[in-house]
Design a protein around this ligand. Structure first.
Ligand SMILES: [Fe+2]
Length: 210
């Protein structure tokens, strides 16, 4: 008998229908109505200002809905129910032709994407293994090679729907390929626990925007 184990896998969670149609619509309206700044790399991607759930009932409602999902995902990362806090939250509006370079989110443990529109298949979020190293790389790919979870280095999120929430560890590289469809609207956020504890050696985290 042969048994295979996936060692030390990286969790990525999809919560389907994390928010209802009414909240999706109100958030979309807010995204389109708000002042936005364009991305440094492309004018086809714009971001809203940082959204503060403490200052806005709409984003407070959203944060309340997401909170239990953060706690549950945090248990996968750290094995314990911790006090999670959304550190920052912002909206993305990606027009046709726009894309987002591969990036990670610094100073954060859980990051999330909430889709407010159905992304065109061309603009599915792509997740990637770490790029580069100080060692030579050997690969076996091309026609006839089957790519699976052990030899692949990238993964496309399949068909996200409006209201779907994706949770992933903040160190995971991700981006959006050029959007060949219509306007794509999503919300991104970062979250941290208030503390971690390793055998009594504690470290505390807090967010202070000033
Ligand atoms: Fe991101």
């Amino acid at each position: 008998m042969q048994q295979t184990f996936g060692l030390f896998p990286i969790p990525l969670t999809r919560v389907q229908g994390a928010i209802n149609a009414s909240l999706i619509q109100r958030l979309k309206d807010a995204a389109l109505a708000s002042n936005k700044s364009t991305n440094v790399a492309t004018h086809l991607l714009s971001h809203t200002r940082m959204l503060d759930p403490g200052q806005d009932a709409l984003f407070a409602e959203l944060a309340g809905r997401i909170q239990p999902e953060l706690v549950q995902f945090g248990r996968l990362l750290f094995g314990e129910t911790l006090n999670w806090r959304i550190k920052e939250m912002w909206m993305h509006v990606l027009e046709r032709g726009g894309s987002q370079f591969m990036h990670t989110h610094a100073n954060s443990f859980i990051s999330a994407i909430l889709y407010l529109t159905r992304p065109d298949p061309s603009a599915r979020t792509i997740f990637h293994k770490s790029l580069g190293s100080a060692e030579f790389v050997f690969k076996n790919d091309g026609p006839g090679v089957e790519i699976g979870e052990f030899n692949g280095d990238k993964w496309f999120l399949p068909n996200a729907e409006p209201g779907d929430l994706i949770l992933y560890p903040s160190h995971l590289l991700h981006g959006v390929p050029p959007n060949q469809g219509g306007r794509r609207i999503s919300i991104a956020l970062n979250a941290i626990p208030d503390r971690l504890n390793s055998q009594g050696y504690r470290i505390a985290f807090s967010c202070n925007k000033h």
